[in-house]
Structures are given as structure tokens and as C-alpha cells.
Design a protein around this ligand. Structure first.
Ligand SMILES: [Zn+2]
Length: 310
């Protein structure tokens, strides 16, 4: 067993759940993600409608048929609101079927501070793993997108808000280094309600610099990094790798920024524009290159790869 800046490699692996436990819920920022309890599959109301067939859209407040939403890649058929997508689902949506080969599955966070808030950090990690079916807030590996080989990584905002603990930072750094070695483009889809993982203190903060330095080396080697921002991309994730893409794409109406709007408003003591910190606002101000509908992400990314990679 060995240790790399706050995380260590274990020999045992935890099987990943194929089912996405949290497809229908969007994750609010500034608070813990609200996630559904495992609902009994056959519980029915008096009128004979099975529970969980309909969901309420956060965008238009309409009650929409869940199957229809899922068919449209978790986008509301009424208003095009983009719902949260779990890491596993995201891989299915973006990459070619069965092409993803997962890397770094043996990395686990250590608990250098012996941190306890409402519960000990070690216990929190175990609970989050059970609840989300993820090992950590990051999934990384290689795969194919419309036949183009690439390195692919994502952060999932459902796992401790997608915060960049040492395992997340280490996985992203290694992915970028492998992309550099293998001369492959790298795509990172970020979802994070907060960047730093306070449970790991300074080790978490150091990940920002580590990942950014790896991206600088990729850049020097002439590599291509496409950053895809999803709702929400905030904090140290937004302030490091997510903003360093050669090309930065964002899903519509995603919350993108560093501190949340309330904190910013209280700090600058000014009224903020209504679309403040949305993907569209960020595009208008030069932080995002293109806002891309989820249904167009595959074609858009493959087009960029074709244009940039020779
Ligand atoms: Zn809607």
C-alpha cells in the first residue's frame, strides 16, 4: 500500500452499480444534494398510478413523464431544462456503447485530519459510496466517442458535492498525464457544487494546482483538452481545470461560477443580473466558448476533435 498526497491505493475494489440511483433529481448548490430514498418498485397509489412515473421539472414546474425525460437524455420535453445526470449515465450518453475502460479504481481517500463534522469523514465516504454507487466523485478512463479514441473523466456532483478531494485530483492528474503520453484528446465533464473538500483541508486545495500543472504539460505537448461544464460547476473545480479547456463547452443554463450568487451579491453590494452565472452569461462574457444542448454534445465534441487532432 502506498500513499499519494492524501489518497492510497487499495487492492480490493468495490463493484460499480450499473443503475444510476439519482437520475431524476437536480442537485441544488449551496446545500447537500437531495437524493431519493430507494422507492419500493410496486408501491401504488389508490388511483393505480405507480410512484415515480412522473417527475416535476425544476425549469417549467410541469409534471413530466419520467420515461420521456430519460428518452431525451434527462432533458425536460416541455422546456428543455437539463436535469442532473449521474456519472454512469453520462458515460452511456456520451461514449460509444461498451467502449469505456475505467482507470484508477484502486484509489481511496485517507483521512489525514481525522475529520469529524456531523459524522467522521471515513464514515461519510462509505455512506456516500453506498448512496451513489460511486467510489469517489470522479470517474476516469479511456473510451471512444463516435469512433474517436479519447481519455474521458468526469466529476459527479452527487458525491460530496463533486468536491475535489485528493482522490479526485489524483485521478484527473493521472488521466491528463496518460492523455499526454498516449497522445489522445481528453474530455472532462465537470459537475461540482463546491470545489474544496474541507474534510481533507490543504490536501484538497493542493489538487487545484496539481491538476492545472498537468494541464500545462499537456498543453506544452500539444494535447487537446475539451472541458464540458454541467450544472453546477462551482468553486475550486471552476477555478482550476474546468476553466482551462482549450475549448470550454457548457450545457444550457448550468450554474457556472466560483462563489454562489448570494455571496457575490453580499460582497460587491450590487444587484446581479438575473442570468448571472449561467452558461449563457458566461459565454457572453468570454468564459465559455459554446453552450451546447445535451443532445448535441456527442456531435459537437467529435467535430472539435476532428478539427483539432491530426
Ligand atoms: Zn420543464
Amino acid at each position: 500500500m502506498w500513499s499519494v498526497g492524501g489518497c492510497e491505493a487499495l487492492t480490493d475494489t468495490m463493484p460499480m452499480s450499473d443503475e444510476s440511483p439519482v437520475t431524476e433529481i437536480s442537485v441544488p448548490t449551496g446545500s447537500e444534494p437531495i437524493l431519493p430514498e430507494a422507492a419500493p418498485a410496486v408501491k401504488r397509489t389508490k388511483r393505480g398510478v405507480p410512484e415515480g412515473l412522473w417527475i416535476r421539472c425544476d425549469g417549467c414546474k410541469a409534471t413530466v413523464y419520467k420515461k420521456e425525460v430519460e428518452k431525451q437524455l434527462n432533458v425536460c420535453p416541455e422546456c428543455q431544462h437539463h436535469f442532473y445526470v449521474s456519472g454512469q449515465k453520462r458515460i452511456e450518453q456520451l461514449l460509444d456503447p461498451d467502449s469505456f475502460e475505467e482507470w484508477f479504481t484502486d484509489l481511496r481517500s485517507v483521512d489525514p485530519l481525522g475529520f469529524v463534522d456531523r459524522k467522521p469523514y471515513a464514515e461519510r465516504l462509505k455512506d456516500e459510496q453506498k448512496r451513489t454507487g460511486l467510489r469517489e466523485a470522479c470517474i476516469a478512463g479511456r473510451g471512444y466517442l463516435r469512433g474517436r479514441p479519447l481519455v474521458f473523466a468526469l466529476t459527479d456532483s452527487a458525491f460530496i458535492m463533486g468536491s475535489m478531494g485528493s482522490v479526485v485530483g489524483e485521478m484527473l492528474t493521472r488521466s491528463i498525464e496518460r492523455a499526454t503520453e498516449l497522445n489522445l484528446p481528453i474530455v472532462i465533464v465537470s459537475g461540482s457544487g463546491g470545489g474544496a473538500r474541507m474534510h481533507e483541508g490543504i490536501l484538497s486545495l493542493m489538487q487545484m494546482g496539481k491538476v492545472s500543472a498537468a494541464l500545462a504539460r499537456l498543453h506544452e505537448a500539444g494535447g487537446l483538452f475539451i472541458s464540458v461544464l454541467t450544472n453546477p460547476t462551482m468553486g475550486g473545480v471552476a477555478a482550476s481545470f474546468a476553466s482551462l479547456g482549450d475549448l470550454i463547452l457548457a450545457e444550457p443554463n448550468a450554474l457556472v461560477g466560483f462563489a454562489g450568487p448570494r455571496v457575490v451579491a453580499a460582497t460587491v453590494k450590487q444587484e446581479l443580473p438575473p442570468d448571472f452565472q449561467t452558461s449563457e452569461f458566461m459565454q457572453k462574457h468570454g468564459f465559455v466558448d459554446r453552450v451546447v444542448h445535451r443532445a448535441d454534445l456527442r456531435s459537437e465534441i467529435s467535430r472539435v476533435i476532428d478539427y483539432c487532432v491530426r
